[in-house]
Design a protein around this ligand. Structure first.
Ligand SMILES: Cc1cc2nc3c(=O)[nH]c(=O)nc-3n(C[C@H](O)[C@H](O)[C@H](O)COP(=O)(O)OP(=O)(O)OC[C@H]3O[C@@H](n4cnc5c(N)ncnc54)[C@H](O)[C@@H]3O)c2cc1C
Length: 430
């Protein structure tokens, strides 16, 4: 790690999701040196965990592949995974940043052959599948992971299993002596693209996410649709493994609620509309499978309106204008029963479903007020643009709940601001 070269003409990008990748690429393609740090073992962020993108319903893998190709080809861009920012000091054009690098126990000799995983028996929860499945303690984070390099989980370090993994590697790629390191680098500008995390569904007590197996989140449903996911691409109920054919989606789960997130997470309506199309894909357009979307109002503006209209026209999808009051479970069948009042007819309902999907709210993964002096946070902790003269610029979902298109726009704007700072630094030094 000692070979990290950075000066005050370097741009540091924090977070390797679609926004960080975009910001890093746009900056590096202007000829500026960039260091992109990502705390996980691979790039991609939450987009890599999606099954399909709205509104085109294409697989995120195509966009990711293009970006990864650009990253690999760019000599100005250095990627550091398993790396987090510990502290930021300094001012625009002259930052000193302390980075904490966690050990991967695998070096770049790795060919991703998987022999280490075969030599290991211990299993750990797979975070890529939100803990819905297990994986070996020697693992590739996901099929398309970049870098294509295994990780030895720290839970087996010091055990005979780690030694077996090392012995199984023909390429001398396993280094069990790796240690956590802290390094300090210089940077002229910082793009902060640490994205979002789902609101903790268990906090929405009336919906029983932590009590009822068949209440899941919208993110978990994305992983279920993936044929490499926890259910092999099938809608299976966690309680009994039966096919779920009668789904409920609860909108604003944790958003627009003074007890939880006050802001609108914006994406959740489109995410549920998109996921309602998975039903036809899963069971066939002529099947009796159905979805009911319980909503306050649907936010699908501009170019998304046509998508909303197409879903409205689908006879398999029913819209119920209501904030669901609470959920109970039928202990005999595991079915979930949604209780509330339909505000379009003012009648009470107790509707039974196989599976209930919470369209969970999005909050910033790092509270902006904790990043560095001078960075402003809005009331939800997202980064707010300010003109205080600093050069720490927010990008993507670190600044708001945004879809991919808007995240990319925001990242490109942040890249432009960072390039302007570096140009000023270069001009002052020449
Ligand atoms: C259910 C659901 C479905 C969705 N479907 C769609 C869709 O179909 N189409 C669409 O356009 N949008 C969709 N979205 C929105 C999409 O997920 C976001 O637009 C996208 O993830 C934003 O990318 P990002 O890079 O800003 O953030 P993220 O994807 O969150 O990436 C942030 C990255 O930063 C890293 N990071 C975090 N903290 C640190 C740290 N301290 N140090 C270093 N790295 C860090 C993370 O590990 C991650 O890799 C969906 C959202 C939800 C909730």
């Amino acid at each position: 790690m000692t070979d990290v070269v950075a000066t005050n003409e370097t741009v540091l990008v924090v977070g390797g999701g679609i926004s960080g990748m975009t910001a890093a690429l746009e900056t590096a393609e202007c000829g500026k040196d960039v260091i992109l740090v990502e705390k996980e073992p691979a790039l991609g962020g939450r987009v890599a965990q999606l099954y399909k993108y709205f509104p085109k319903l294409c697989h995120p893998t195509c966009g990711m592949e293009i970006n990864l190709g650009r990253i690999k080809a760019n000599p100005h861009l250095r990627v550091m995974t398993m790396t987090e920012v510990a502290a930021v000091d300094g001012k625009a054009g002259d930052y000193s940043v302390s980075l904490k690098v966690s050990p991967r126990y695998v070096n770049d000799n790795c060919t991703a052959c998987g022999a280490c995983a075969q030599a290991v028996t211990s299993e750990i929860e797979d975070p890529f599948n939100y803990g819905m499945s297990k994986m070996k303690a020697a693992y590739l984070p996901f099929n398309m992971a970049y870098p294509q390099r295994y990780v030895i989980d720290s839970s087996i370090i010091g055990t005979p299993e780690a030694d077996s993994a090392k012995a199984a590697c023909k390429y001398d790629a396993i280094d069990l002596d790796m240690k956590e390191q802290t390094i300090t680098i210089k940077a002229g500008a910082i793009i902060w693209a640490t994205g979002w995390r789902p609101y903790d569904a268990a906090k929405i007590q009336p919906y029983g996410y932590d009590r009822f197996a068949n209440v899941i989140t919208s993110l978990e449903l994305e992983r279920m649709m993936d044929k490499f996911g926890p259910t092999g691409g099938k809608f299976l109920r966690p309680s009994d493994g039966k096919e779920a054919k009668n789904l409920a989606f609860i909108q604003c789960a944790g958003s627009r609620d003074r007890n939880h997130l006050k802001h609108c997470s914006r994406i959740c309506c489109m995410a549920s509309l998109k996921q309602s199309t998975y039903i036809g894909e899963q069971f066939g357009e002529e099947s009796d499978a159905s979805a009911s979307i319980y909503y306050i109002d649907i936010r699908a503006i501009d170019r998304f309106e046509n998508f909303y209209k197409a879903v409205q026209a689908d006879p398999k999808v029913k819209f119920v204008k209501s904030k669901v009051a609470n959920i109970t479970e039928d202990p005999e069948t595991g079915d979930v029963i949604l209780h509330g009042v339909d505000t379009e007819g003012y009648h009470r309902y107790d509707n039974r479903h196989d599976l209930c999907v919470l369209a969970i709210g999005m909050e910033p993964s790092v509270d902006a007020s904790e990043i560095a002096r001078g960075v402003s946070a809005d009331m939800s902790g997202f980064i707010e643009f300010n003109n205080d003269g600093g050069a720490i610029f927010g990008a993507g979902c670190a600044t708001n709940a945004l879809d991919v298109n808007r995240s990319v726009q925001s990242a490109t704007a942040a890249a432009l601001r960072a390039v302007q700072v570096i140009n000023r630094v270069s001009a002052a030094e020449s």
